[in-house]
Design a protein around this ligand. Structure first.
Ligand code: CAA
Length: 383
């Protein structure tokens, strides 16, 4: 896609991520999906190219790039393999970001370079069996004991759960204070008392590891605390504000792949003596798909651009995720329809896009949660 919105560096990342995705990720995507295997070699290669520390400053071993170029890379990676996009997003947006944005120098020095190099994989442990959308209602506890905290609880839906060495863990240090009693910790997952629980069998993004993480009397040093006691909920919300832009970009990538496949197929497949693209019914579908993909991409880039400028972007991020996720779902649904019976089989990639698209309406806040965020932010503009 040509654009005059992006600068030279962003265009270079688009080209690098696009070529890598086409040549190295796409050929393996279907097999990793079918076998539910973690694409370890691909992740190692992405680390070598600097995509695992995309916007971590160079002084901490990262690539030091801007957020919009990260978003562009996520679109390209996800258009080839949404699972790989998810792994890279959870690592960058949900593990590296909170350390980079909220960590002190010691925490950054200790964790960031090994995450940026891909030596360590990161994850984000917020949700629990009884607490998903209502993130403030977590039951995991962190009790101060001398110079340590003791963690107890079960986290679920942890992307990269079984592959990660480092987790950002949210726990209550004072239940009576609700969201103001939640604290965030950087946890080395090799600490005694931590185990990987149930591994989810999913509809899509099957090559990702989604697990429970169980904490039983886990002693972590007090220096693991991010910012201060009671700051965890705001850290989670700010981290998710940015993470949602990446999910939006993943949704755009999946939708673009479905559109590309549909145009290609409809030019080749013939009915009633002509390619199906010549039928207006198909043209109307393609026109709608193409328009939604462009609109979703622009909303997503707008949110990323605001973040790069240091302007508040909570509303735009939620809008981008809501619209892009719904676009991915509607575009992949139409793509299957255009492919007819073929689209319902694993001989064509659109059934994978269709299955992968669904998660973008769910993780890092469902579409309904995005609407709550957008409504609150919109109301604030009138007060
Ligand atoms: N930035 C900064 N602060 C924020 C904020 C934001 N975006 N949103 C809320 N806050 C602050 C509020 O200002 C308020 O601060 P005070 O206590 O000082 O007044 C505090 O946080 C509480 O705010 P709310 O009363 O609005 O909080 P709430 O309990 O009503 O929840 C919510 C709001 C938006 C519904 C929130 O719970 C939410 O985002 N839920 C969805 C959680 C989610 O996305 N989970 C996905 C987890 S990650 C995942 O999917 C797994 C994976 O590995 C990919």
């Amino acid at each position: 896609m040509k654009t005059n919105i992006l600068n030279e560096e962003q265009l270079m990342i688009m080209s690098l991520a696009g070529d890598f995705s086409k040549n190295e990720i796409l050929p393996l995507a279907s097999a990793h999906d079918t076998n539910s295997t973690f694409p370890r070699k691909t992740i190692d290669k992405l680390a070598e190219l600097g995509f695992l520390g995309h916007y971590i400053p160079q002084e901490y071993g990262g690539s030091g790039l801007d957020f919009l170029s990260y978003i562009i890379a996520i679109e390209k990676i996800s258009s080839a393999c949404a699972s790989t996009g998810t792994i890279v997003m959870a690592h960058n947006s949900l593990a590296c970001s909170p350390i980079n944005e909220f960590g002190n120098d010691n925490q950054k020095n200790k964790f960031l370079s090994e995450l940026a190099s891909g030596k360590n994989i990161g994850c984000f442990a917020l949700s629990e069996p009884e607490s998903g959308s209502d993130a403030a209602s977590i039951n995991t506890t962190a009790v101060k004991d001398g110079k340590e905290y003791i963690l107890n609880g079960t986290k679920c839906w942890v992307t990269n759960g079984a592959e990660a060495e480092v987790a950002i863990v949210f726990a209550s240090t004072d239940k009576s204070k609700k969201s103001r009693g939640i604290s965030a910790f950087i946890v080395d997952l090799n600490t005694p008392g931590i185990s990987v629980g149930k591994s989810e069998k999913k509809l899509g993004i099957k090559a990702t590891s989604t697990t429970q993480l169980i904490f039983e009397e886990v002693r972590i040093p007090e220096c693991s605390l991010l910012v201060g006691q009671g700051e965890g909920f705001k850290i989670a919300m700010k981290t998710l504000d940015a993470g949602r832009i990446a999910v939006a970009s993943q949704a755009v990538g999946i939708a673009q792949a479905a559109l590309d496949a549909s145009v290609e197929y409809s030019r080749e497949r013939k009915t009633f003596g002509s390619p199906i693209f010549d039928h207006q019914g198909i043209q109307f579908m393609i026109a709608e798909m193409a328009t939604k993909v462009e609109a979703a991409r622009l909303l997503t880039w707008q949110a990323a651009g605001l973040k790069d400028k240091g302007v508040k972007f909570t509303k735009q991020s939620a809008m981008a995720k809501l619209f892009a996720a719904e676009t991915a779902m509607s575009v992949t649904t139409k793509a299957v329809q255009i492919h007819g019976g073929n689209g319902y089989t694993t001989d064509y990639p659109v059934e994978r896009y269709f299955r992968d698209a669904k998660i973008t309406e769910i993780y890092e806040g469902t579409s309904e949660i995005q609407k709550i965020v957008i409504a609150k932010q919109t109301l604030n503009e009138y007060l």
